[in-house]
Design a protein around this ligand. Structure first.
Ligand code: ATP
Ligand code: LTN
Length: 341
């Protein structure tokens, strides 16, 4: 029996989250999501998914999607999530996600989905491909979460609206069919909640940004990281101090603070009178130092595909076992006739 099974038998609460393999993971994904996940592994029964089905809401090159699915799993492990303590799996390996998606879609209102800001943003960005999946994406996310009786969902603040929708769907379903789903709580990290683009600091840093200088990948090499920070867009001021309207410098101070553990005040004091150039270099170095061990672990993991596949298999086996029980329960409650054996 592995540790994850053990945790289940002790009935620890489930924590669930996912990242799309839609690009190279950024320090936004790291600080807003993955870095915080490790701290839950003792208290909770953690389940983390590589949400490849979500990724195809935007057109992907199949070979890239395949490679990035491995890479995202390798990043999870390289960031310290051990497969013994965390159930790690790929969404498309567990058909229950697609099954529950449909059942929940029939309990989600058009008006609710129309209000989702991510849909509005992504459809503006992908005007040539505003597909139905992009619109119904939050339903699939609700299915991901509700399948496992999840109590806690750690995500960046940009996902708060989707999480609230998942809660509303759970409450609605429970009120019609009786207690079925656990109503999940969000866990939004207090610091570094939203890491902004280095080139347009009013926008969030996103792994699918086509401007490579806008985001820093967890796997960028040292020189690249430092170069991107040196080029980060700031204002015409020179004082390293947080202030309204100084989006660029506020973002860099946040990033520095998250990677070094220093408070904003400490950073402001340390860089008092030293100017933006020196500060940008220091941020770059701090980030590069912190990520170096993640990168070397990642390289080892990517060289061992059979190992990654064994993690995928074990994760999917356990996830499928749990999720399938929930789908059966939901189908029964909906009035579907059980498939005769
Ligand atoms: P895409 O660019 O493909 O939309 P993304 O970079 O926004 O992707 P997701 O896969 O949608 O990333 O998100 C994975 C997790 O990382 C989520 O919990 C999300 O809230 C968090 N996250 C993403 N970007 C940031 C950011 N800039 N700051 C903080 N957290 C973030
Ligand atoms: N929608 C999320 C990724 C995601 C997710 C989930 C996060 C898909 N399913 C379930 C938490 C729980 C995103 O785009 N960041």
């Amino acid at each position: 029996m592995n540790a994850a099974n053990n945790a289940q038998s002790e009935k620890k609460k489930i924590i669930f989250s996912g990242v799309q393999p839609s690009g190279v993971l950024t320090i936004g994904n790291y600080l807003g999501a993955i870095k915080n996940w490790k701290s839950f592994e003792e208290e909770y029964d953690p389940i983390y998914c590589v949400v490849d089905m979500h990724a195809i809401t935007v057109r992907q090159t199949p070979a890239d999607l395949r490679r990035r699915t491995y890479e995202t799993l390798a990043v999870y492990i390289a960031c310290g999530l051990s497969p013994e303590k965390n159930t790690l799996f790929v969404q498309s390996h567990v058909p229950s996600h697609a099954e529950l998606n449909w059942a929940l879609a029939c309990h989600t209102m058009f008006g609710e989905l129309s209000r989702m800001t991510q849909f509005k943003d992504k459809s503006a960005k992908n005007a040539g491909n505003i597909n139905a999946g992009l619109f119904t994406y939050p339903v699939l996310m609700a299915a991901d979460i509700l399948l496992y009786g999840t109590s806690l969902v750690p995500v960046g603040i940009d996902q708060k609206q989707h999480l609230e929708l998942a809660r509303d769907i759970a409450i609605r379903f429970n009120s019609v069919y009786g207690d079925t789903f656990t109503v999940p709580e969000g866990y939004i990290p207090p610091a570094g909640m939203k890491i902004m683009s280095l080139q347009e600091p009013a926008k969030k840093m996103s792994k699918s940004d086509e401007n490579v200088n806008a985001s820093v990948a967890i796997l960028d090499d040292r020189d690249t990281i430092i170069r991107k920070f040196k080029r980060a867009v700031t204002d015409s001021d020179t004082i390293v101090k947080k202030a309204d309207g100084k989006d660029g410098i506020n973002n860099l101070i946040n990033i520095h603070s998250c990677f070094t553990g220093k408070s904003v005040e400490e950073i402001e004091r340390e860089f008092d009178g030293r100017g933006y150039g020196e500060f940008k270099l220091a941020v770059g170095e701090a980030v590069a130092d912190a990520l170096a061990p993640v990168r070397s672990e990642f390289d080892k993991l990517m060289a061992d595909k059979p190992y990654l596949e064994s993690v995928m298999k074990n994760g999917a086996d356990r996830a499928h076992y749990l999720a399938n029980k929930m789908v059966s329960k939901v189908y029964r409650k909906l009035g579907f006739v059980a498939r005769p054996r």
